[in-house]
Design a protein around this ligand. Structure first.
Ligand code: NAP
Length: 412
């Protein structure tokens, strides 16, 4: 936050490289493009940042929320920040550069916070009844060792989508999590510059009481990356490491992360889950949480929109199809199934407009969107169309959903 303080002091906004998991959320959120990154760090340009604070609530780790009082002329440059392994210590300001009375750093933060810009389509607060999450229990400097107790493919062996369900056990070490949270994996080895690989983030695919209820374990859904964004051959460092792990191998884990993409905890809350590919991980976690209490009468309606190329490339297809139809309303959008028209999740949302509209109108409904970045706009357009068909104002409803922590996005 770089709002000007009297004299020549700047409260400089910095990102803690030791906690940051390089998830890109801040860079995407920043409405003025003040945040950038290289292969090492995410950094804030002191000449551009206007202190709007839009990036702070969505950050899953809190690494974004760091500040240093500096003489403006000596502000840390982008080059300084890109080279850091840790934040510099707070420096004493020269006497003549003291902050004038009434312009304390916190008041600058507060006035900037009052002008928060809604830069993301989703909420920056959790549903009101969400359980309280633990975050950052284990960091880059203090990772925890987990043991692989399962690793198997959950997509057809004859397809290009090599997606694995990986189960990690934490033994006696505490690792409390909630559905919708994520963890960081530290792959062994170093990057081209000789620096240790930074952590890669994965959503939990298991509920809070473990992949196996009562066990201190959790699961991940990991797709083996074999090409880059341009379709050129490229081996994903962490995904290949994870997909190749054998039972009893150990893994360095940090986290947990995330304090907003959480499920409601009150009885009869409804879940609308919209996902593509491995974005199904948090939906599996939430669905499994509900399945385990199916006889308690606590569940509301569960409606799932799930997109994949084909049935055989849809992770967890078999187990999903075995779930009772009166427990979860499943809508599969297959985009490349032979003999079928191309379908995206947003097409199915429109087809199920009446049911989606009824759920949107219920204040007990929370909506979760996870998967490809590209689906974000399509899903928002579909929700808007569904709402407007009944003469309602989507702009107003969208703002209510954000404010009440009822619409959440996790897209990459
Ligand atoms: P994918 O197989 O590439 O795509 C899944 C489906 O989405 C395909 O049917 C695809 O159709 C369709 N699709 C493509 N563009 C779309 C759009 N604009 N709107 C709606 N649907 C669209 O998916 P993936 O490789 O598994 O990727 C999943 C994403 O989830 C990744 O970006 C990943 O980073 C993210 N994610 C993963 C985790 C995790 O824990 N592993 C957690 C959160 C998010 P066509 O290809 O036929 O066009």
């Amino acid at each position: 936050m770089n709002a000007a303080l009297p004299v020549d002091v700047l409260k400089q906004h910095l990102i803690d490289p030791e906690i940051c998991i390089r998830c890109n959320t801040c860079e995407e959120t920043c409405p003025v493009d003040a945040i950038t990154h290289d292969s090492n760090n995410y950094v804030v340009d002191p000449d551009i940042c206007n202190g709007c604070m839009a990036c702070v609530p969505p950050c899953p780790t809190g690494s974004i929320d760091n500040w240093r009082l500096v003489v403006r002329a000596d502000a840390y440059t982008l080059a300084d920040q890109l080279g850091w392994d840790e934040l510099p210590r707070e420096q004493a300001l020269p006497e003549m550069a003291s902050v004038a009375p009434g312009a304390a750093a916190d008041s600058a933060t507060e006035s900037a916070a009052a002008a928060v810009v809604p830069a993301t389509p989703g909420a920056s607060v959790p549903p009101w009844s969400a359980a309280h999450p633990y975050v950052n229990l284990y960091t880059h400097k203090t990772p925890v060792t987990a043991t692989v107790v399962g690793n198997y493919r959950v997509t057809g062996a004859d397809t290009d989508s090599d997606i694995h369900h990986i189960v990690l056990d934490f033994g006696d070490l505490p690792f409390p999590v909630l559905e919708g949270q994520s963890i960081g994996i530290l792959p062994p080895g170093a990057d081209a510059q000789g620096r240790p690989h930074h952590a890669r983030q994965y959503s939990l695919a298991s509920p809070r009481d473990g992949e196996r209820a009562g066990y201190n374990n959790l699961s991940l859904t990991v797709k083996r990356v074999t090409e880059d964004h341009l379709g050129q051959p490229a081996q994903g460092v962490c995904s290949n490491y994870l997909c190749d792990l054998a039972k009893n191998d150990t893994v360095q884990v940090i986290g947990p992360f995330g304090h907003t993409f959480l499920m409601p905890n009150h009885p009869r809350a409804n879940l609308v889950m919209i996902c593509t590919g491995t974005g199904s991980a948090p939906m599996r976690a939430m669905t499994e949480r509900c399945r385990r209490r199916i006889d308690s009468g606590e569940n509301g309606r569960l409606m799932l929109f799930f997109g994949a190329r084909t049935e055989r490339e849809l992770p967890y297809f078999g187990p999903l199809m075995k779930l009772p139809r009166d427990f979860i309303d499943i809508n599969l959008a297959l985009s490349r199934e032979a003999g079928l028209p191309k379908r995206y999740v947003q097409d199915l949302i429109r087809e199920r407009a009446a049911d989606v509209r009824a759920l949107l109108a219920d204040r007990n409904t929370c909506i979760y969107v996870c998967g490809l970045k590209g689906m974000e706009v399509g899903v928002l357009d579909a929700l808007r169309d569904v709402t407007m068909q009944s003469g309602q104002d989507w702009t107003i409803l969208h703002e209510v959903l954000r404010r009440e922590g009822r619409l959440h996005f996790e897209t990459y």
